[in-house]
Design a protein. Structure first.
Length: 377
């Protein structure tokens, strides 16, 4: 795929370019990606340039894909050369894997050499990006390749927004949706995630309702997110129909009982007016029986929500298996009969190491084996 600048705002009326929010926290720039017009204007003024250069800089970063100030031909040549070393905040594509269904999984190399995963998922009408919020993850969920690899560090606002710009440029079309479902627990990196959400909305032009933040649950953080009054969708990863089963697959659940988690979800709905979706990874013979379906329905009865059933993508480190298509369908039908809105999420990119963290893990293994990993770019 040829990188292409994407120069127009989205035509989707659900994704208007919003006015800058009054409570958007200011961060030090550079890096420049993720910064608002106001922040960029302040920065160019500090460099002795006229204020209107802030708007030009904003256009070149978000619409023309500038990777260096040297690229910005409307700036005076002498200033461009002086500022050539200022970090714009763009990553490099280290590797890309393309699945038969055109889903593309990228390994992106950050300024400090860390590698993260980002996925571009195209359909006729949408281009969805699954972004990472951390390098690795400390939550250690038992079925997850990222969780098995441990935690390295949080991503910055710039590093999150960069992932979306990268996929947009790669596909040469507007990104319509962003899901925070890649590596990491977004609510453990709340400031950067909220900053990125505001930038994706106000600078990149993606409607807040087209953004989804996913969490396995961190005590206090769902209410903290709700206090930001964003219009994003909250997707809560349940993956179990009762507390003891949840503790076996999600160790952090010991500190956050299901009853408290669901109370916080109700508070989120009340505070934001947005619906919560529940993610439920179907693990064969572990959480996919009729008893589990009945238990799950009991847990969510009366809750305005939707359950996404996700048949598991197996990883080599553990013995969990993917249920058959018929078993997943039976589970779905049982939930629906019990009055719970649910659907089975189509798995995209199964032939491109689809499970979260799988591609990165396999490359880190190759790297440490040979210390000579061949990258695509
Ligand atoms: S499933 Fe999500 S929260 Fe759990 S270890 Fe993996 S990346 Fe972290």
């Amino acid at each position: 795929m040829t990188p292409a600048p994407v120069s127009s705002r989205p035509s989707d009326p659900a994704a208007p370019a919003a006015a800058p929010s009054p409570n958007r926290p200011s961060l030090a720039v550079p890096p420049l990606v993720g910064a608002s017009i106001a922040e960029l204007t302040d920065w160019v003024k500090e460099q002795g340039q006229p204020a209107y250069r802030g708007k030009q800089l904003h256009q070149w970063i978000y619409q023309q894909g500038a990777r260096s100030l040297e690229d910005i031909s409307v700036f005076p040549k002498a200033w461009r050369q002086t500022m050539a070393a200022v970090p714009v905040g763009r990553s490099q594509i280290h590797y890309r894997a393309v699945a038969r269904d055109k889903t593309v999984k990228y390994l992106l190399k950050l300024a400090d050499g860390q590698i993260i995963e980002t996925v571009g998922i195209p359909t006729a009408k949408r281009l969805t990006v699954c972004v990472s919020s951390q390098v690795g993850c400390p939550m250690a969920c038992d079925f997850c390749a990222t969780g098995k690899g441990g935690f390295v560090r949080n991503l910055s606002r710039a590093e999150i927004v960069d992932q979306v710009l990268t996929v947009q440029e790669e596909f040469g079309r507007r990104v319509s949706n962003v899901v925070f479902m890649g590596m990491g627990e977004p609510l453990l990196n709340l400031d950067a995630v909220v900053g990125a959400v505001r930038s994706l909305n106000e600078d990149v032009g993606i409607g807040q309702r087209n953004l989804t933040i996913s969490t396995v649950g961190v005590p206090g953080r769902i209410r903290a997110l709700a206090a930001h009054q964003l219009q994003v969708t909250l997707a809560v990863s349940l993956h179990a129909s009762n507390q003891s089963l949840r503790e076996t697959t999600i160790p952090s659940a010991k500190h956050y009982p299901l009853t408290a988690l669901l109370d916080d979800c109700r508070a989120y709905v009340q505070e934001t007016g947005r619906r919560v979706t529940f993610e439920y990874t179907l693990l064969a013979q572990v959480n996919d029986t009729e008893t589990h379906a009945a238990e799950l329905a009991g847990l969510l009865r009366g809750f305005q929500s939707h359950v996404n059933l996700i048949p598991y993508n197996p990883i080599s480190e553990v013995d969990y298996r993917r249920p058959s298509g018929d078993r997943a369908q039976d589970f779905l039908e049982q939930l629906e009969e019990l009055g719970i809105a649910a659907s089975i999420r189509q798995t995209r990119g199964l032939d491109a190491d689809a499970a979260c963290g799988q591609l990165r893990a396999s490359h880190l293994e190759v790297d440490s084996d040979s210390s000579n990993l061949a990258a695509v770019d």
